[in-house]
Design a protein around this ligand. Structure first.
Ligand code: GLN
Length: 536
């Protein structure tokens, strides 16, 4: 039977609960345990797939095609923990299924209520993940901040679970903030005390506190927090700001967090350390031998979380090349007004990530034209690949009106268009081409060179596709179809001839990249960029 760790957050949001959960997963795995991580999101959307990046940041896609919270991306990057569509439990999913059951008559005769029906549904969904996968420890992160109205059913569910499981089988970790008041020169523990008090009011007593702080916590402060929050002094963990998120597992291990968790869960296992991570990831991040400058062109550039997995995968590509990747964010709408020569001066590579809608599209097309002509390494992902196709069609194949039907429904040259099945779609939720699909690679291409194998599988999230009607014409003009889906003959990867590195893929390779195992395309993109002179 699985043991459980419940992670809650208090005081403010954005304390890095997701990274804390991911790091704990990593540390437990290093001890030889099989872990699963679940994210509970209290919002009423069934999944974040229909949300705007301004609302939610990136939508992370799992292997089985679920559109999920970006914290699941952290879980997968830090660890090999079990993840699937069941790993993201939203209030929307929970209420939807309870109301569906009610309509079906499953609760006939009863009044359907938050307690027990909603809370039972949450508990059942949590237990399903551990049960189905032979998991030793299930880590459950509860989104939101203690005190929010909407997270209450989730908190009640984990309170009940903790009680049902009993001592030694479940553990509550609370992540809080110790703000530093500059004018007073003091680190304040009161918000942490209040937030733990708030948890206790609803019956949850945390055994470990992870305190986010800018400065080290003194022994006095630790003792004070321990005394007023009812935890052991050694259970006051300092979660100090680090330069890079991948340092977090190392910082937590130094404070023996894994030891403490195992003790509280009554598990005895030898400590084999996390040397590979320290040497292969953290050390390389701290002192890389080289540097490279990459432009990322998008419309959500102002938002740190919108292209989360892309930025992380670039960092991984850097680690694999022993190089620091300096990302320059370029707003695609601005690019419509500016000279690309000036904007891209000094850039050694340009990446265009995924996206939806017509805003900023012409700016992105200009970006591709510039890198194609000036032979600057280019990596187009999903929308980025579609943009590269449109640019090539317009300027190399003389299809002057080429476009995607996403941006111009009436375009006479729809080089990117909808598949028949997508034309029938009425519901916007979970109706894209989602999740892992196979792809065959053509020998002699940059993509084959990167993967060094012919058969790959990558995750998708899109509606539009390369239009095969234009394939021959584009090929004759110098486009290379480096990757094709074997079942449906769909173009998955385009490249162009006579260019140092120009790859556009319809799938999202960023979802499968890890700091200690960079995705082959990101690795090779950075390798190509490092060869690029900086004076262009
Ligand atoms: N908007 C494009 C499509 O739906 C690209 C999607 C994406 O980049 N994720 O096909």
């Amino acid at each position: 039977m699985s043991k459980y760790i419940f992670i809650t957050g208090g005081v403010v949001s954005s304390l890095g609960k997701g990274i804390a959960a991911a790091s704990i997963g990593k540390l437990l795995e290093a001890r030889g345990l099989k872990a699963a991580i679940i994210k509970c999101d209290p919002y009423l959307n069934v999944d974040p797939g229909t949300m705007n990046p301004y609302q939610h940041g990136e939508v992370y896609v799992t292997e089985d095609g679920a559109e999920t919270d970006l914290d699941l991306g952290h879980y997968e990057r830090f660890s090999n923990t079990v993840l699937s569509k069941d790993s993201n439990i939203t209030a929307g999913k929970v209420y939807y299924s309870v109301i569906t059951k009610e309509r079906r008559g499953d609760y006939l005769g009863k009044t359907v209520q938050i307690i027990p029906h909603i809370t039972d549904e949450i508990k059942e969904r949590i237990k399903k993940v551990s049960r189905g996968n032979d998991v030793d420890v299930t880590i459950v992160e509860i989104g939101g901040t203690v005190g929010d109205i909407e997270s209450l059913p989730f908190l009640e569910a984990i309170r009940q679970l903790r009680w049902e499981l009993g001592e030694g089988y479940a553990l509550n970790i609370h992540v809080t903030l110790l703000p530093y008041i500059r004018s007073a020169g003091e680190q304040k523990t009161k918000p942490t005390q209040h937030s733990v008090g708030r948890l206790r009011e609803i019956g949850i007593i945390p055994q470990i506190l992870m305190c986010r702080t800018e400065r080290p916590i003194s022994q006095d402060q630790r003792e004070k927090i321990a005394l007023f929050c009812n935890v052991d002094v050694e259970a006051v963990i300092e979660a100090i700001d680090v330069k890079h998120i991948y340092e977090v597992p190392v910082a937590l291990k130094k404070q023996k967090l894994d030891e403490l968790i195992l003790k509280k869960l009554n598990i005895k296992l030898p400590d084999k350390g996390i040397k590979n991570w320290e040497e292969g990831v953290v050390k390389r991040l701290r002192s890389p031998a080289k540097e490279v400058k990459i432009a990322v062109v998008g419309k959500y550039i102002a938002l740190q979380d919108a292209y989360k997995s892309i930025y992380e995968a670039l960092v991984h590509g850097g680690i694999a090349n022993n190089a620091r990747v300096n990302v320059v964010k370029v707003d695609s709408e601005e690019l419509e007004k500016q000279d690309p020569k000036k904007v891209f001066k000094g850039m050694q590579g340009v990446l265009i990530p995924g996206g939806f809608g017509s805003r900023g599209i012409e700016g992105k097309i200009r970006a591709v034209g510039h890198v194609r002509e000036n032979k600057i390494p280019f990596f187009g992902i999903c929308l980025g690949m579609q943009i590269a196709t449109i640019e090539f069609a317009r300027h190399v194949c003389d299809l002057k009106n080429a476009n995607s039907t996403e941006f111009d429904k009436q375009t006479p040259q729809p080089v990117i268009g909808l598949l028949e099945e997508q034309k029938q779609v009425e519901n916007m939720g979970a109706s894209m081409r989602l999740g892992a699909y196979p792809c065959f690679l053509e020998k002699g291409t940059s993509s084959f060179e990167a993967y060094k194998t012919s058969k790959i599988s990558e995750r998708h999230r899109h509606r539009y596709e390369f239009n095969n009607h234009y394939r021959v014409q584009m090929e004759e003009a110098g486009m290379v179809f480096a990757g094709v889906n074997p079942e449906r003959d769909l173009v998955e990867i385009i490249e162009i001839k006579d260019h140092p590195w120009f790859v556009g893929c319809q799938f999202h390779p960023e979802f499968k990249s890890k700091p200690d195992a960079a995705h082959p395309l990101f690795r090779e993109f950075i390798t190509a960029a490092l060869k690029q002179a900086t004076d262009k």
